[in-house]
Design a protein around this ligand. Structure first.
Ligand code: GLA
Length: 647
């Protein structure tokens, strides 16, 4: 038995490996030739899809799980219109797991669960169409979103509980995911049914491996575990990327005008941090949010240090909002406001996960707070950058489109009331010039301040301000003030590691503390950062600390979208004082549209910081390369202190 089972699994695995090898080879053709540090000479981030701003809308999952149905969805959609939320920007109405009944065996066409979605009924039980449902949403002024999985099977099938509504029928009928049906399914969803948005989950790649009891008992066909959530060394990064890229390419073909949104849901695994921006319009950075304070913190933390990986068209996704439930319900308005403010400062997608048919006005008031939404939807698309951090208190600053305007969240993570001092330096504003501030939750202007201002915060409270002052650099901007215009073309990471700071994920609240608990699970430790080293240290060269700059690893290449708007680039560069790798030397190179504009000599750890200065008039894309010249055994941390573009 055992032999036979493994035998057949191997055949599957071999066929799969071959198919994937083909996909990866295709992808490699598009990828850049050998030297990752060679300047591309142009902005390399592909632009696709309809996500110039972080998507806003509603999704059925947090409210209804698989018990989603037409009344619930349309009822919430009507409430969104009636409450003014649609006009405040919530445009997408998305269904999640649970909508499907089966895959028709005569031709592989997906069948809708019509008991839940009666408007999808056709001439026979296996003849269904979401078109009327989608048309109804369109007629209400919404866009419509659907849901699938990149593997053969879905999350609900991998992790069912007592009231999960599952696909029915034979093993093959229950294979509802995109795998080997990408073209057919996406054509159906986007061309025939008219959906505008798809979230593609990844449970098919981790919950159906040959060792799983449900697979062993014959309920599902085995699929090799390409994602091993807590073991990045066992996760098949290239294969996973290739599968999602295939779905993106298909969408590009079906919707050449780019009117689609592609949401990748692989929970921050498989180093999606590094490639999400090239493959999707948004990608989850963590496991699922739960309506608990600690869980929200974990989701927030998973994006908070990834400010250089997000920007117009491509967004870090800390998961959907849980406002309305548990620690964020109408009895916890402080927590609900904090959750919303944090998502807004991070330019996160704002997808409501609440049954709006019965929403109390106080919650609608939070979700509809126009001035807060405007922070999330600011056209510059910058994610917030951490200006101050500790276990209890954080200050996060987001540069807005207007040069002299920023949003700032002062966030009390803890359970004690506390005080905080916001300084002009946190804002990169001149300390001697007055700073105007508006409290966005209180909806009132505060007295202008100079230098610094003090704030009192209740437990778990966030003060959210919109401030206006005189930029420290009057005729330019620090690169760390324009994170959306940076693209990490090569991160210099030698070996993928989980981020040891993001490990607060608690078990699912089931009281299951058998075993030794959850461990850091996500890849992504060591990527470049704004105003921080990749390992979360202060930027420091030869004993001097720098509040502004970019920290990276050696053998990295960063692109900057300069768009011909600047005249000079300048930075003080060197091996950072915190670098473990001290034996190496690094050369810093600055390219403008592929041309070498400036470079440092080979710098050793003991050398003084080197001032780079380049004329960047007319340059569209600037590329910053830190090239390791003499190799070091340990990773070399480099600092581009005060890196700035001036006009
Ligand atoms: C995964 C996703 C969730 C949701 C469920 C549906 O857990 O991360 O957002 O889509 O699957 O089963």
């Amino acid at each position: 038995m055992r032999q036979a089972r493994y035998g057949s699994t191997m055949v599957t695995a071999k066929a799969l490996a071959l198919a994937l090898a083909g996909l990866i080879a295709q992808a490699a053709c598009h990828a850049q030739a050998s030297d990752p540090l060679a300047p591309a000479g142009r902005w390399s981030l592909p632009s696709f899809g309809a996500a110039a701003l972080p998507p806003m809308g509603w999704n059925s999952w947090n409210a209804f799980k698989t018990q989603v149905d037409e009344d619930k969805v349309l009822g919430s959609a009507r409430a969104i219109v009636a409450s003014g939320l649609r006009d405040a920007g919530y445009r997408y109405i998305n269904i999640d797991d649970g909508w499907w009944l089966k895959r028709r065996q005569s031709d592989g066409r997906m069948v809708v669960r019509t008991r839940a979605f009666p408007s999808a009924r056709g001439s026979g039980p296996e003849d269904t169409s979401f078109r009327p449902f989608v048309q109804q949403l369109h007629a209400m002024g919404f866009k419509a979103g659907t849901y699938s999985d990149i593997g053969r099977n879905a999350c609900s099938q991998g992790y069912p509980d007592a009231d999960t509504l599952l696909p029915v029928g034979s093993v093959a009928e229950r294979e509802v995911g995109l795998y080997e049906h990408v073209e057919q399914d996406l054509r159906l969803y986007f061309e025939e049914w008219g959906f505008d948005y798809i979230k593609v989950d990844g449970c098919g790649l981790n919950a159906f491996s040959p060792d799983k009891p449900a697979v062993q008992s014959g309920q599902f066909r085995a699929f090799p575990a390409l994602v091993v959530s807590d073991a990045i060394n066992q996760t098949h990064v290239d294969e996973i990327r290739a599968l999602f890229a295939q779905a993106r390419d298909t969408l590009l073909r079906l919707r050449p005008a780019g009117d689609f949104v592609f949401s990748i849901c692989n929970w921050g695994t498989a180093n999606v941090r590094a490639w999400g921006r090239e493959v999707g319009n948004l990608w989850r950075t963590s496991d699922d949010i739960e309506p608990r304070w600690t869980r929200m913190l974990y989701n927030f933390d998973s994006v908070a240090t990834r400010e250089l990986y997000s920007g117009p068209g491509h967004w870090n996704d800390p998961d959907m909002l849980f406002i309305g439930h548990g620690d964020f319900d109408e009895h916890h308005l402080t927590e609900a406001r904090t959750h919303f403010a944090l998502w807004a400062i991070e330019a996160a997608p704002l997808l409501i996960g609440y049954d709006l048919r019965q929403a109390p006005p106080a919650l609608l008031d939070i979700l509809g707070a126009r001035e807060v939404i405007a922070i999330d939807q600011d056209p510059a698309g910058n994610q917030g950058v951490i200006a101050y951090t500790s276990d209890d208190l954080q200050i996060i600053v987001k540069q807005l489109a207007a040069r002299d305007e920023k949003a700032v969240v002062i966030f009390n993570r803890g359970l004690a009331p506390t005080r905080a001092t916001l300084t002009a330096a946190h804002l990169k504003f001149k300390p001697e010039a007055p700073i105007a501030a508006r409290d966005l939750w209180a909806r009132r202007d505060l007295a202008a301040f100079t230098g610094e201002a003090a704030f009192s915060l209740a437990p778990r409270e966030s003060v959210l301000l919109r401030v206006k002052g005189t930029p420290e650099l009057e005729h330019g901007r620090y690169l760390s003030e324009m994170p959306a215009r940076l693209f990490v073309a090569a991160d210099g990471i030698r070996a993928l590691q989980a981020d040891p700071q993001i490990h607060r994920v608690v078990d699912w609240g089931q009281g299951n503390t058998r075993g030794s608990g959850t461990r850091p699970a996500l890849a992504g430790w060591g990527g470049p950062r704004a105003d921080s080293t990749p390992y979360n240290n202060e930027l420091r060269l030869r004993g001097s600390a720098f509040a502004s700059g970019i920290g990276a690893l050696a053998d990295s290449r960063l692109q900057v979208k300069a768009d011909g708007q600047f005249t000079r680039f300048g930075a003080l560069v060197g091996i950072d004082d915190s670098s473990l790798g001290r034996a190496g030397t690094v050369r810093f190179e600055v390219y403008g549209d592929g041309r070498l504009l400036a470079q440092s000599p080979d710098l050793a750890a003991a050398d003084p910081a080197y001032a780079l200065d380049a004329d960047v008039r007319g340059v569209g894309t600037l590329e910053l390369v830190a090239r390791e010249r003499r190799a070091s055994r340990d990773p070399v941390v480099v600092t581009w202190a005060q890196a700035a573009l001036t006009q």
